[in-house]
Design a protein around this ligand. Structure first.
Ligand SMILES: C[S@@+](CC[C@H](N)C(=O)[O-])C[C@H]1O[C@@H](n2cnc3c(N)ncnc32)[C@H](O)[C@@H]1O
Length: 189
């Protein structure tokens, strides 16, 4: 299994620990829809999945992946996640960011530090107590290292009375591996 797939699976495991039927969740980078489909399974029946991307190809790929009926409300939007504020998602139990570019597409349309952190600001304001956000950051492409560093700086600025964050990479992971940030809001916060 590649490091990328391993960390994607770990992100799913971590979200599955806290999100369940009826919850409202966000996929901030829809891509080919793997995370969106996972979230739909997780919050069914009765939940809501919001999923965003800036590329119509991502929306189409995700719609194809979701062809079998889901038992939850799907809100797929062609919208940059830094504009999340415009959507009336209500409170979120979980959010996932899988940063970088769409595999199989051009590598120029990629997430960026400023817009990623702007979206994280909105998620921070909407995440429920006991909620969790995962951010998988890749550092092998131009700008990737800067983005991972920006996410880490963003995490370091969280109020430690309300938030706990960690890097979930397995011990011994190389410095060039993707980084999985796990951001938890304390249940009583
Ligand atoms: C690594 S892919 C996501 C993979 C996806 N979660 C999956 O399960 O297949 C990153 C995605 O982020 C999207 N993206 C780039 N900038 C964005 C932005 N500002 N807002 C939302 N999505 C963005 C890209 O178009 C790309 O599809």
């Amino acid at each position: 299994m590649t490091r990328r797939r391993h960390l994607t699976g770990l992100a799913h495991t971590l979200i599955a620990e806290i999100a369940g039927p009826g919850d409202t969740v966000l996929d901030a980078t829809m891509g080919n829809g793997h995370d969106t489909a996972f979230l739909a399974t997780q919050v069914s029946p009765g939940g809501t999945v919001w999923a965003l991307d800036v590329q119509s190809g991502a929306l189409e790929a995700t719609q194809r992946r979701l062809e079998t009926a889901t038992e939850c409300r799907m809100e797929l939007r062609l919208l940059a996640h830094e504009r999340l504020q415009e959507l009336d998602t209500g409170a979120l139990k979980a959010a996932m960011f899988n940063l970088g570019y769409l595999p199989g597409s051009n590598h120029l349309t990629t997430t960026r530090p400023i817009t990623t952190c702007a979206a994280l600001d909105v998620v921070r304001d909407r995440l429920l107590p006991g909620g969790r956000c995962t951010v998988l950051a890749y550092i092998g492409h131009p700008g990737g290292m800067e983005e991972a560093q920006a996410v880490e700086t963003w995490c370091q600025r969280l109020d430690p009375a309300l938030w706990h964050w960690t890097l979930a990479n397995p011990p011994g992971t190389s410095a060039t591996a993707p980084r999985l940030f796990v951001i938890n809001r304390y249940p009583t916060a």
